[in-house]
Design a protein around this ligand. Structure first.
Ligand code: MN3
Length: 267
């Protein structure tokens, strides 16, 4: 650990020293007396540290990262089309993320884990709730999609059977919740303390971790039913979009979330 930190520190120092040195390396600089050169280098190093060090510190303060996609923008065709993915990920999601960062900049929320922000989100500005939700919900959504859908892992299937009777009954209930969202929102499979799985929906960019939500718990599966998620391909046929969603679910990710919830939620 110490060695890793040392390597990072020394790389940063090299960057700090190199940028101004090369910037000032010209004829007039080279013709100065060597004493003046050392003075100049010293001044440059101190000045650059004064500018660069706070920039690094500022950057280190924000713990909320914009997620990479685990697949290409066209990977979910024909179920979710490339143009929708492009707009949704690069414009909508990025927009929520940028506005979320602007809303929390310079506050302790920049270094507060997102789930903890949600636990008391009612105390904060509505921009934190709307854009923090938009940032996090989409992160969950991309993660629980895949172009290479496998079968449902045994532990997840047994938890679904226990709570809903069987997988088809669960799918029906989830699809119904997704269809019934009035306006913009999300459908969720949620883990509740004690291990019960429930289906719920939220409005706008709310999620079940938030203290403002009716049905609270840990999200296992998320479906975005805002019109921006499907309108280019499906227009007003939200039901067709929901049917396609079942073809691209990453059940392994859902099973991992269940395992995490089982290990970390109070029984
Ligand atoms: Mn969306």
């Amino acid at each position: 650990m110490k060695r890793a930190c040392k390597t990072i520190a020394s790389k940063r120092m090299i960057k700090i020293m190199r940028v101004p040195y090369y910037a000032f390396e010209n004829k007039s600089f080279n013709s100065m007396e060597s004493v003046n050169k050392f003075k100049m280098i010293f001044i440059i190093i101190i000045a650059s540290m004064a500018f660069v060090a706070p920039a690094i510190a500022q950057n280190d303060k924000n713990i909320h990262e914009f997620p990479e996609l685990n697949y290409s923008l066209d990977a979910l065709e024909p179920y979710i089309d490339t143009e929708t993915m492009n707009l949704h990920y690069n414009k909508h999601h990025r927009g929520y993320y940028n506005k979320f960062l602007a809303a929390i900049e310079g506050t302790e929320l920049a270094t507060t884990p997102i789930n903890e922000i949600f636990y008391s989100v009612s105390q904060y500005d509505k921009n934190v709730r709307n854009n923090g939700g938009g940032y996090y919900n989409h992160k969950l959504f991309w993660e629980n999609l895949t172009p290479e859908q496998g079968s449902i892992p045994a532990d997840l299937k047994s938890a679904i059977d226990k709570s809903f009777g069987n997988v088809d009954a669960f799918k029906e209930k989830f699809s119904e919740a997704a269809s019934s969202v009035f306006g913009s929102g999300w459908a969720w499979l949620v883990y509740q303390p004690g291990g019960k799985l429930v289906v719920t929906s939220t409005s706008n960019q709310d999620n079940p971790l938030m203290d403002v939500s009716e049905m609270r718990g840990m999200p296992l599966l998320a479906l975005d039913v805002w019109e921006h998620a499907y309108y280019l391909k499906y227009q007003n046929k939200r039901g067709d979009y929901i049917s396609s969603f079942w073809k691209v679910i990453n059940w392994d990710v859902v099973a991992d979330r269940l395992k995490f919830a089982d290990e970390n939620c109070p029984k």
